[in-house]
Design a protein around this ligand. Structure first.
Ligand code: NAD
Ligand code: LMR
Length: 325
């Protein structure tokens, strides 16, 4: 058996944390040959509930789960961790935008970034899920000067998966046959789900669907899916978010399939004219634990305009949290 790796999950007594912890412990993220130690972090008032999560995890008798650590101390929570899923934060409720959470949630990610900087494995991979995810990830990354910015990412995979689902439903094609889809920018209403390079069973997606459906139905549907879920469930997406987090980490660690890519919020290196340093979602290919932006995609005027709109929103969010960077 391989030596165990450490996975920290913040907000582990919450809805996403609860959904993620069991799938990860069953081998869903790192495979069924990789033992793990879970380091579950919560705020003090939720420690009792977290104890219950720990008891249930142990009652599953997962062969891969070597230990569960529960704590409200972030230095203990991130100690030597190889992977960190930063979920813990408030979700929005009906009528709110995700950026309305910045005031309450933004301040969580500076101290967590510093604790990761000082205590995590030097190779840690960090995924920020708590909203507004891109800007929270920017805050965490800026508070971890001893780590590479490329170790920090924000979750766009739920949007990517939602876009795959919408396209599959419309065209009657299998999810597995849809490749090269991208969701650009921010995990917000301004995100740009882009099918202009996408293929469905080898064919250009834009030749399979009507362009007015793409612009007037598909894009707004994907952009609004989070709010639609809140309206239906009375709570924000949880199992699909946990599943997307696992997909994100799996691709980052083990690679994206040949001839395909995924969407990840990553620090911009200026590709496609996007302001350097912004935590922005790009099409990326992953291999051997690293990612690379997919270069040289042709961007028509529509795409360029859309990528700029979502960049502008991220610049405004960055300005709003200047004091935390
Ligand atoms: P939840 O309220 O069910 O759980 C959040 C948990 O975080 C709670 O148990 C709470 O005690 C804990 N928490 C709060 N502050 C914390 C802190 N400083 N340290 C550790 N834990 C803390 O919420 P949820 O449904 O699990 O959602 C969590 C976050 O994920 C929300 O911000 C939500 O908007 C976001 N989200 C993001 C995506 C995405 O695609 N990026 C998708 C779904 C939800
Ligand atoms: C989502 O997209 O489901 C999450 O970001 C939760 C939300 O607030 O919409």
């Amino acid at each position: 058996m391989k030596p165990a790796v450490r996975i920290a999950i913040t907000g582990a007594a919450g809805n996403i944390g609860y959904a993620a912890a069991f799938r990860i412990s069953a081998g869903g993220m790192l495979g069924t040959d990789q033992p793990i130690i879970l380091q579950l972090v919560e705020i003090e008032p939720a420690l009792q509930a977290l104890k219950g999560v720990e008891m249930e995890l142990l009652d599953c008798a997962f062969p891969l789960l070597e230990n569960v650590i529960t704590t409200s101390d972030i230095e203990t929570g991130f100690k030597d961790t190889d992977y960190a899923l930063l979920v813990g934060s408030k979700p929005r409720t009906k009528g709110m935008e995700r950026s309305d959470l910045l005031g309450d949630n933004g301040k969580i990610f500076g101290p967590q970034g510093r604790a990761i900087n000082n205590h995590a494995s030097r190779n840690v991979k960090v995924l920020v899920i708590g909203n507004p995810a891109n800007t929270n990830a920017l805050i965490a990354m800026n508070n971890a000067p001893d780590l590479s910015p490329s170790q920090f990412s924000s979750m766009m995979r739920l949007d990517h998966n939602r876009a795959l689902n919408q396209l599959s439903l419309k065209t009657g094609s299998k999810i597995a046959d849809i490749t090269r889809l991208t969701v650009w920018g921010n995990h917000s209403l301004t995100q740009y789900p882009d099918i202009s390079h996408c293929r469905i069973d080898g064919q250009d997606a834009t030749s399979v669907v009507d362009i007015s459906w793409y612009k007037e139905t598909f894009i707004p549907n994907v952009q609004n899916r989070g709010a639609e879920i809140i309206s239906a469930r009375g709570a924000s997406s949880a199992a699909s978010a946990a599943s997307a987090a696992i997909d994100h980490m799996r691709n980052w660690i083990f690679g994206t399939p040949e001839d395909d890519w995924t969407s990840m919020g990553i620090p911009s290196a200026g590709d496609y004219g996007i302001t350097e340093g912004l935590m922005y979602s790009f099409p990326v290919r992953c291999k051997n634990g690293s990612y690379e932006v997919v270069h040289d995609l042709h961007m028509d005027d529509f795409s360029t305009e859309k990528t700029k709109i979502t960049e502008k929103e991220l610049l405004e969010e960055r300005d709003a949290v200047k004091a935390l960077l």
